[in-house]
Design a protein around this ligand. Structure first.
Ligand code: ZN
Length: 188
């Protein structure tokens, strides 16, 4: 297994829709193992194919909730159904998320409270997860990556502007940038 470099905002693979996976083979199994290792090393709660330069429709996730229940898996060719968004004011403490491809930053963003994830696992078995709260947020964030969307693309005023400023300050937003968990330590 190996920790993979994580692409940073601006790399074209992060801003293009990913392709469906056609076959579950050893190459894919190795990729998934590497993605879990990379996510854990970062550390993060989710990681999508495009973030490690692979334009395929899969993501891994790993998160432990307040009741110490571990939610961990791989979603291959997922579909996501989501409840409608509410429009009341954003709560910066409870609705801020981050992204390993926009490292060291967090911004508030409204997400659907409930989702249903349908996906295939590494054995080729279809499964379904009904999620709410933070797990639902993780699924929406990772699913976005498969459509070439980073959460900062969705930010509303004034947070979108703040994110653009961060991108300029870090000289991100250009092709070819990445960081390696365990080796690079990114400062805010
Ligand atoms: Zn992300």
């Amino acid at each position: 297994m190996a920790v993979l470099p994580i692409r940073i905002s601006g790399d074209p693979v992060l801003h293009s829709p990913a392709r469906p996976i056609e076959e579950i083979d050893d190459e894919l199994r190795t990729l998934v193992a590497d993605m879990f290792e990379t996510m854990d090393e970062a550390p993060g709660v989710g990681l999508a194919g495009p973030q490690v330069g692979v334009p395929l429709r899969l993501f891994v996730y790993g998160w432990t909730d307040d009741d110490e229940v571990q939610h961990r898996g791989v979603a291959i060719n997922p579909t996501l159904w989501q409840s409608p968004l509410t429009v009341d004011e954003l709560d910066e403490d409870n609705e801020s998320e981050g992204c390993l491809s926009f490292p060291g930053e967090r911004f508030p963003l409204r997400r659907a409270e409930r989702v249903i994830l349908e996906a295939t696992d590494l054995d080729g078995e279809k499964y379904e997860v009904h999620a709410d709260g933070w797990l639902a947020r993780i699924f929406q964030h990772e699913y976005d990556h498969l459509d070439g969307v980073i959460y900062v693309d969705r930010l509303t005023h004034p947070f979108g502007k703040a994110a653009q400023k961060v991108q300029r300050k870090n000289s991100w937003g250009v092709p070819g940038l990445s960081w390696l968990p365990g080796r690079d330590h990114l400062e805010d």
